[in-house]
Design a protein around this ligand. Structure first.
Ligand SMILES: [Zn+2]
Length: 138
């Protein structure tokens, strides 16, 4: 099974902030970027303004920001909400199967990990399967 990447990693932008929706697929598992973004950025005149979701990403991208700028207190005054990466499966009812991640590579690693360790039929670890390896839901 090959990893299918729908949103490749962007140079200098590994934070989930830069991504939205389906990132990659592996088997029946999907890595998505999800969650609300709400940040306070400094304007050219020194005032601050709240940006949300796609508007925040467009603004930061338009300014040529990369990860380091997001974490700079001279550029971003405050983070109220941030999105994240999570692995989902069609059967899981939208609940994430693992801990969430904020780093692109860490997200991809969780996707690969999940594919290798979680049964797509029962969404349990392969370790809790029958002694012969067959799924308990078979
Ligand atoms: Zn199973």
């Amino acid at each position: 099974m090959e990893l299918e990447v729908l949103q490749p990693k962007q140079e200098g932008r590994a934070d989930s902030f830069w991504y939205d929706g389906v990132i990659a697929r592996l088997g029946e598992f999907t890595l998505i970027a999800v969650g609300d973004i709400r940040i306070v950025m400094y304007e050219a005149d020194g005032s601050t303004r709240i940006y949300r979701d796609g508007q925040a990403v467009d603004e930061a991208r338009g300014r040529g920001y990369v990860d380091a700028d997001l974490y700079s207190i001279e550029r971003v005054a405050e983070w109220y909400n941030n999105n994240w990466f999570e692995v989902i499966h069609p059967k899981d009812g939208g609940e994430t199967l693992n801990d969430v991640e904020w780093d692109y590579d860490a997200g991809i690693a969780v996707l690969k990990d999940t594919f290798q360790s979680v049964c797509p039929k029962c969404l349990e670890s392969f370790r809790v399967h029958n002694d012969d390896g067959s799924c308990v839901k078979d």
